[in-house]
Design a protein around this ligand. Sequence first.
Ligand code: SER
Length: 893
Amino acid sequence: METAEIRRRWLEFFEQKDHAVVPSASLLSDDPTLLFTVAGMVPFIPYFTGQQTPPWRRATSVQKCVRTLDIEEVGKTTRHGTFFQMNGNFSFGDYFKSEAIAYAWEFVTGSQQEGCLGFDPDSIWVTVLDGDDEAARIWQQEVGLPPERIQRRGLADNYWHTGVAGPGGPCSEIYVDRGPEHGQEGGPAVDEDRYLEIWNLVFMQEELTEVRSKTDFDVAGELPKKNIDTGMGLERVAYLLQGVDNLYEIDEIYPVIEAAEELSGRRYGAQEGDDVRFRVVADHVRTALMLINDGVTPGNEGRGYVLRRLLRRAVRSMRLLGVTEPALPRLLPVSRDVMAKSYPELVSGWSRISQIAYAEEEAFRRTLSAGTSILDAAVRQARESGRAQLAGDQAFTLHDTYGFPIDLTLEMAAENGLTVDEGGFRRLMAEQRERAKADARAKKSRHGDTSVYRQVADALGRQVEFTGYDEVASEGRVAGLLLDGTVVPTAQAGQEIELVLDRTPFYAEGGGQLPDGGTVRLAGGAVVEVYDVQSPITGLIVHRARVLSGEVGTGEQAHGEVDVARRRSISRAHTATHMVHKAIREALGDTATQAGSENAPGRFRFDFNATQALPPSVMRDVEARVNALLMDDLPVRAEVMSQQQAREAGAMALFGEKYGDQVRVVSVGEWAHELCGGTHARRSGQLGLVKLLGESSIGSGVRRVEALVGTDAYDFLAREHAIVGQLSEVLKARPEELPERIDGILSRLKEAEREIAAARQQQVLGAAATLAQQTRDVAGVSLLTHDAGDGVGGDDLRHLVTDLRARLGAERPAVVAVTGAAKGRPVVVVATNETARAAGLKAGSLVKVAAGVLGGGGGGKDDLAQGGGQDPSRTSEALAAVEHAVAETAGGR
Ligand code: SER
């Protein structure tokens, strides 16, 4: 049965049981504590915790998920995939254990003709949490499962939570016995390979405040309602029903393995080491495809880093399979074709997805070649010092700085007959991991702090009303007051507080827009200055503020007033960002999607995906287009609509949204439509002027445009105008003549520099006749050494040594070595005549001796060679070393 068919049956089954069919949410979870959507229930967390009211009491979905904790296990076991799809059915305070178990049993064991999966009831085993007698009883009495196939296990196996504070509950898991050829008797408690878990039913009933590990967490109490969250592994079911050996061989993945076989000329199934690589490739290519599809771009932290790591692991595995040419252009389209059945947007977004993936492969190929030359140098060094091993810190630097994976280092060192101090490497890696863990702990504890905000939110009992789209001043009531992270009833003049109002016009930082500032005046006469506004949990707006005078009390009436100048200036910048975004897309195509932005008073920056720099001509066009539309004075309006309508309107930035959500779309005329929760100018004319300042790269495939808006743009242009005026005056030229005038001055300057150089050379060469008299006899060789001093560089020195060599004649062996220094760095040039070369005196080797003393290197031919170094104070030592080498070579003849 095809994977797409299992998915279809799932949705149909639960739709018939009155579940709302909810499309998959984005892989980018909007829960800030989760990097990715890790389970089907993630988009529904606020419904379980009671933070939001669910629009339905029953729902079903097939959710895209990514888990990367087990990334090292991919390919080695039969059941670890970084991307997978989770079939889920959910009850929000509706049905509970009995129905959830009955539905699961029916779908798993019901016949295929009737739209179910048709597993043999005798092959099914289940587990329940030790102590959950109710679940065990339902399985035994209501389903009729024999008691020996119901196993009881501890928290580690049969309690489920997301790994961070939030909802959790005991669970019951369903397993399929794959038969004695796959392992031991005894059920899932004994062997989880033979007994494969396909479905987890979670009885979501508790609220966890702190989660330290799988089994160590604090339960704050019961959730407002008893819920059901189930998750069936779509890929696992597919591999059982498709009769293949593991999840990498199902219809949605295996074609990539076939393409990799073709590309590498090696066969899957021939050798275990290669097989793991094939599976890594197939898994990672698919995950990367789906992540980029949802808006992730490769980067050095967070989601971007995960994507980068996946792509690099895929490329490296291909390399270990012997493929050195670019692999993604051959593999990614294959993955797209199989996945597009369920995700048609892979086809419409293809040009953006493929550009990002291919650019990352190219970048990694460059890293590999840079890393390779560093590795070669390390190998040479080890050999020269007689070691048979690369040091751990070298392997670590290669890994950490050049992104060079350890197994590649191992393999390439082995090709050179060397080992690697793996112990040392692993120690350094462990230290680094410790640092990362400490960081993560620090992050988590910040999350722990949100409990105090929840306390305030609970007391308020609803979301804070944000009035700031229509008003800049509003009446409200103090709903909560925090001092040093603790709820307090009152606060006094001079104190720094966090203030929550039930209604507020203040915009909390978000969506790239900086927060408002302003003043809150209390009924009792207190005045509070607001300097930051944040929304630490959904639905709550927290003003960070200072009490200027009086006493603030909880429950008091409050009048909030936004600093209007700041707000307007930020709003203008935000509207300008949308316009620049749209104009860039017009110029570059829809692949130039937004990757971040910051809207500040009078200025903004806008990051977008593009594989190449924006040419100056495009920058000019974008700027001209935007400014022309300012004069058209387009109306700016915001509307709330369904995602479907937003899509149809061509709205930009449709990433990370939960499908089915209502979205707010901001439109500039009929021209630019964008999903946005921010504040804006009312008409484009209010922006006045937009000036793009520049464009730069901020990481692989992401460019940044910075710009000024309104008076800030005007001030900037006025300043530049004044500078041009000053230049005109100094250079006595009209502004339009300035470029030519400056060009002329620069070429005259160059000419003058050339003349000075020629004069100096003349001077140096003029001294040659006198210098030649200082020639000494060293072991039968005419040796002339000289330090020409600072300011004499390589060109001059080469002329000098060739001149001197000519003066020494050809009869006797002659060696000339001269040092100088340019820009603070020493230079050495050595020349030999033919007779000297015949006697084994080579300029190349002599220069190396001198450059070694100078702390550098050099080389060249036998007759003339040049080198350099770091330390100009050691030139006479360097010349002495040359003399010594000449004496040794000539004396040993
Ligand atoms: N949340 C549970 C899991 O991920 C069931 O959906 O296993």
